[in-house]
Write a protein that binds this ligand. Structure first.
Ligand code: RI2
Length: 253
């Protein structure tokens, strides 16, 4: 299997893990032209996830592969440090599988994890979390049924943009439900997820991830949605827990 198919088929997934894998791959390219071509090809694979784009920008500005790799790992540790106090003794609900979120919510009292249709990344989440905290798996549409039982939502992000927080499809209904029930919403995301790209698109995945084709039916499969900032209390970053107003000052688009 090649790096391309591993990323496309989501054997390698999650914004940070994709960037880490690509960093290792890019370290083999010494010729500038080949390096640039490879960067372009890799960026197109999961175009919504901005970390790889930002990492490539840093490499072009003189940072080394090792520095960027260490930065991503260190960011995770710092996010864990800041976030663990927030979730201590709390019941949390999460969506999808975000490595940055895992470092935080493994310190909570319990976690309700949505299965996260259509790719069921919630299974990765519960398999990991069960080693650290009381872990429950629910279907996406049960988030309202259990919202009274949790204190807060903690989810990850693929990119933080002026118009909102881009995260796994289903994040908008989860956050709206949380707000309706008076629960706080936190995003665990390092600052390499700040997305100031002019060209931005939501990835649409193959319809057969949802269902085999049905005659006269269009099957729509967007991978991400964009949570408006008004639904979010703060972002847990490597620099601390930061409110949306401050984050928005850093986002141009
Ligand atoms: P970390 C994932 O996308 C999820 O949307 C998750 O919240 C986000 O990446 C960030 O993951 P996908 O690759 O960088 O499963 O925190 O489509 O690991």
């Amino acid at each position: 299997m090649s790096i391309y198919s591993d990323i496309l088929k989501m054997k390698i997934r999650g914004a940070d893990n994709i960037a880490l894998t690509c960093l290792k791959h890019l370290s083999k390219y010494e010729d500038k032209k080949c390096f640039e071509n490879e960067c372009k090809k890799l960026e197109k694979l999961r175009p919504t996830e901005v970390v790889l784009h930002n990492v490539i920008k840093k490499l072009n500005a003189g940072c080394s592969v090792q520095e960027m790799t260490d930065k991503i790992h260190n960011n995770r540790k710092l996010i864990e440090c800041h976030g663990r106090k927030l979730v201590k003794g709390k019941n949390v609900m999460t969506h999808c599988h975000s490595t940055e979120t895992m470092t935080v919510i493994k310190h909570s009292k319990s976690v309700y994890a949505t299965i996260t249709e259509p790719r069921n990344q919630g299974i990765i989440t519960v398999r990991y979390l069960r080693n650290f905290t009381k872990t429950k798996l629910i279907i996406d549409s049960a988030c309202g049924f259990y919202m009274d039982d949790v204190d807060m939502i903690v989810i990850g992000s693929d990119s933080l943009r002026k118009e909102g927080i881009v995260n796994k499809i289903g994040s908008i209904p989860l956050c709206i439900t949380a707000k309706t029930f008076g629960k706080e919403v936190y995003i665990a995301a390092n600052t390499l997820k700040f997305d100031n790209r002019e060209k931005f698109s939501i990835e649409f995945r193959l319809p057969n991830e949802i269902h085999e084709s049905i005659k006269n039916v269009e099957i729509l499969n967007p991978a991400f949605d964009i949570i408006p900032w008004k639904f979010v209390n703060a972002v847990i970053t490597e620099n601390g827990i930061i409110n949306p107003k401050k984050i928005l000052q850093e986002l141009k688009r």
